[in-house]
Write a protein that binds this ligand. Structure first.
Ligand SMILES: [Zn+2]
Length: 371
């Protein structure tokens, strides 16, 4: 067992099994942020100019379209604020697309309605087939993997791309951002974008056939959508100063309300992040999220440490959510208890496109040297 250590700059610690520290006790995530992320993160004048050029291009290329871009709207801080920026600051004609995976909290539903109404936006909602979603999620719970949000996230991602392609909309605005998501240890969970992984886990633990569940393969993601369909994803919030607290204040003027934690707009995600992951794996995603806010200068290390001391669940609420989640997944208490005690798995125990992606990454970095 490694000795406990916590970064002297952010609050990442040895609960990330792959963490390393330099001689000053600064972790690899902080260094990765400085070396690989900071150069692409532009919360300054250059970002503003770059974004202006991108917006001009979007407008020029989408003149004939009813909508210039779509936004995947979850009702969370990032996507809601993105909708606000797109309309009020960039003057874009955007269509929010909401992929309903069946786990929206009541607050999330109201947030989506209020944001769209206040900004005068239409809303397209795609409802994922609940039986298929349920079967996939139960399969992931049974797999013993750390990332149980793969089915939800995959459906959101694939659904938005598919909608853009079907409707000839070439721009997808994404709320992903370095300012609040710069740190996330790969060891804490494999990515959701890998269709092979999604289907591999489902084949092993699922009970029904997937028919309509939105899926996206590596080839579609890397080649078909970007090069054949010409769809571009723009991470708008990386081109401006993005401060979570300030964003929430703006959103409250639109009738939006906070739901108590990153990605807690989904009741499943709250249970998974605030209970399953810390209990079974000892991973607390707040640590990564708060570390991101520390390295991007939105919070001090001391504030982040204090925040870690707060409880994410009151006992009654945890009992309620646990019952709710298990009932929805049609899983007994006994089975779930056994899953919590069973050995932890990693994506390497199941099919995935990880190896191909590594090759792809190497080829790309090889060519980049000559460009
Ligand atoms: Zn660090």
């Amino acid at each position: 067992m490694k000795q406990y250590q916590i970064c002297t700059r952010c609050i990442m610690d040895t609960s990330d099994p792959e963490i390393t520290f330099d001689e000053n006790g600064v972790c690899n995530h902080c260094h990765n942020f400085d070396v690989n992320i900071k150069p692409t993160w532009r919360p300054d004048e250059t970002g503003k100019e770059m974004l202006e050029k991108i917006v001009e291009k979007i407008k020029r290329e989408s003149q004939k379209n009813e909508y210039e871009a779509i936004i995947g709207l979850s009702g969370g801080v990032d996507s809601s604020y993105l909708a606000y920026v797109a309309v009020k600051q960039l003057g874009l004609r955007v269509l929010p697309v909401h992929i309903d995976g069946g786990w929206n909290s009541e607050i999330a539903v109201r947030n989506i309605e209020n944001v769209c109404k206040s900004l005068g936006l239409d809303l397209h909602t795609y409802v994922v087939d609940w039986d298929e979603m349920n079967d996939l999620q139960a399969a992931f719970v049974r797999s013993g993997l750390a990332n149980l949000d793969v089915p939800q996230d995959h459906a959101f991602y694939a659904g938005v791309y598919k909608f853009a392609a079907d409707n000839n909309i070439r721009y997808v605005l994404s709320g992903s951002n370095w300012a609040t998501e710069g740190i996330l240890p790969p060891a804490w969970g494999y990515m959701a974008k890998d269709r092979r992984h999604l289907e591999g886990v489902h084949e092993r633990f699922g009970k029904m056939k997937l028919k309509t569940f939105p899926r996206i393969s590596m080839l579609e993601r890397k080649l078909y959508y970007p090069y054949i369909k010409g769809i571009k994803v723009v991470t708008v919030l990386d081109y401006m100063p993005y401060n979570k607290q300030d964003a929430m204040k703006v959103l409250e003027t639109l009738g939006w309300r906070y739901y108590g934690g990153k990605h807690f707009e989904s009741r499943f995600t709250k249970f998974f992040q605030a209970y399953y992951l810390p209990t079974k794996f000892g991973y607390d995603k707040r640590r990564a999220h708060l570390s991101s806010l520390v390295v991007s200068g939105q919070m001090t290390r001391e504030q982040a440490l204090a925040e870690m001391e707060t409880e994410q669940y009151q006992p009654d609420e945890l009992r309620e959510d646990r019952e709710y989640v298990l009932r929805k997944l049609d899983m007994s208490e006994e089975e779930f208890e056994a899953i919590l005690k069973a050995p932890n798995r990693t994506f390497r125990d199941y099919p995935s496109s990880h190896e191909y992606l590594e090759v792809f990454r190497k080829i790309r970095s090889f060519f980049r040297k000559f460009m």
